[in-house]
Design a protein around this ligand. Sequence first.
Ligand code: SAM
Length: 308
Amino acid sequence: MSQQQLDNVVSPAQSLGALLSDAERCLNAAGIDQPALEAAWLLEHVLQLSPLMQRLNPERRMTNPECDRVRVLVARRANREPLQYLLGTQEFCGRDFRVTPSVLIPRPESELLVEEAIRRCAHNPSPAVVDVGTGSGCLAVSVALALPAVRVAAIDISPDALAVARANMAQHEVESRIECFLGDLLAPLSDEVWAYQADVILSNPPYIADRELPALQPEVRDFEPRLALAGGRDGMDVHRRLLQQAPAFLKPGGVLLMEVGMGQAAAVCLQAEASGWFRTASVLRDQGGIDRVVCFEKKEASAVRPAG
Ligand SMILES: C[S@@+](CC[C@H](N)C(=O)[O-])C[C@H]1O[C@@H](n2cnc3c(N)ncnc32)[C@H](O)[C@@H]1O
């Protein structure tokens, strides 16, 4: 028996068209929303062949290793592993970002944070921006690419996330303008360098309430990092802590931008105003009409570190 015949006993090779149909059927049975599209993307990932070229070449014979790689990916996707972790990439602000299971998959609504940070710094010749909970680094990198003179501090408590962020910073050639810090919220920033220096502090913090975690879709609940999701009893633990910490690092008139979950904006605004440090500048809605980003301006007179 030839090696090829032996291989076929273990794992039969198929034509491209047959493999694609099997993949689509398997994903459909697993309840994946767009099975045909996702099957084609998984094949593209393995074969480096666009979905159009796949459709034009249904008779193409696949090698056994190619078939096996596709089947493994399809099985993982059928188990509801996010497509982005399988492909290793996600688009954000029009650019590709590397993603691994150590980081949250960037979401389109978080682009609001980037747009607002850029708007706030547009006429500033040397802006300073802090990204708290940088994850993949998608916010920090997008801000750095839009503002050539910006200095960015990117912080995360997860060393594995920070490694992915660094890879994205290098890929987009902005690593010289972004300093990465490992640690808890703003604690890693030194007072000498950052006290009252930030024009913008932005954050997409974890904001899922504990009781909502079990009901998340399996892709999120079972695969995205818990550290990136769980925001405590009401989902706003990190927002509260950032409201306390940010005044010591913002310039007077500087802004704190935070993404919030559905129904959280009003409560976070109340807390910001009750703190005495901030006024609510705006609440930005996402494409679904949900209040998604709160924007707080530090009051001019409050350049004093709060007690405690
Ligand atoms: C919702 S993800 C946001 C990731 C990325 N900024 C984005 O928008 O896609 C939250 C990130 O905050 C980090 N994080 C959670 N708690 C933190 C803390 N106490 N200090 C610093 N980073 C934290 C997580 O590791 C995670 O990377």
